[in-house]
Ligand binder design. Structure first.
Ligand code: SF4
Ligand code: SF4
Ligand code: FES
Length: 231
């Protein structure tokens, strides 16, 4: 198979370039990450992140033939050649396919992605009915891969002010959690022309999510909660 891979090695040159590779794919090589590991065995200078190799850690997100995705759950047979791999768009590149995700995590932290309950410590676990638990489906599965946020034009233009789809999906996850006691402050923090309302419903986020989640729907859910609060 033929590959074209974005290379950037700042200690050698400040100019990135696309490098051609060819690989004889051994039988049983199914996923793109497997092929990347074989390429790395050929050229150890090739750099990318990876860990779990099963779509759980979110670390091998990259732009694959023009679309963000996770290499470990992308099948080689579904990709046209040459397979072109670039770093996630809109982020500073540290090296080859590795980007600096500082702005992504800054926005994630800003939504306080943890359960807030200032009440007395319960003697047993905080209980939730099966129906309330169901509200978290489609939200808790996010692996923070950043595929959505780095495909969002509103985030490219305002990474310091717009929270981006991943952080907003996480915010909605806690707004929907029956055990969380801080919805009022969470909504106050979101009611802002940039933090939330820079989303123009372009839908790239939902289109690319490799876990099949729907950040645009979560964002619409937050807007709905704010509209209801104003009534
Ligand atoms: S729907 Fe909103 S968050 Fe998603 S890509 Fe479009 S502008 Fe970005
Ligand atoms: S919503 Fe999907 S694309 Fe966005 S960070 Fe979570 S898993 Fe990745
Ligand atoms: S290596 Fe963990 S999600 Fe791909």
């Amino acid at each position: 198979m033929r590959f074209q891979i974005y290379r950037y090695q700042p200690e050698q040159s400040d100019q990135p370039y696309l490098q051609d590779y060819t690989l004889d794919i051994p039988p049983g090589t199914v996923m793109l990450l497997d092929a990347l590991m074989l390429l790395k065995a050929q050229d150890e200078s090739l750099s990318f992140r990876r860990s779990c190799r099963e779509g759980v850690c979110g670390s091998d997100a990259m732009n694959i033939n023009g679309r963000n995705g996770l290499a470990c759950i992308t099948r080689l047979k579904d990709l046209a050649e040459p397979i072109t791999l670039r770093p996630l768009p809109g982020m500073p590149v540290i090296r080859d396919l590795i980007v600096d995700l500082t702005s992504f995590y800054t926005q994630y932290r800003a939504v306080r992605p943890w359960l807030i309950d200032e009440g007395p410590e319960p003697e047993i676990e905080r209980r939730q009915s099966p129906g309330d638990r169901d509200q978290l489906d489609g939200l808790y599965e996010c692996v923070l891969c950043a595929c959505c946020t780095t495909s969002c034009p509103s985030f490219w233009w305002n990474p310091d002010q717009f929270l981006g789809p991943a952080a907003l999906l996480q915010s909605y996850r806690f707004l929907q959690d029956s055990r969380d006691q801080d919805s009022g402050q969470r909504l106050d923090d979101l009611e802002d022309p940039y933090r939330l309302y820079r989303c123009h419903t372009i839908m790239n986020c939902t289109d690319v999510c490799p876990k099949g989640l729907d950040p645009a729907r979560a964002i619409a859910g937050i807007k709905g909660l704010l509209a209801k609060r104003r009534l």
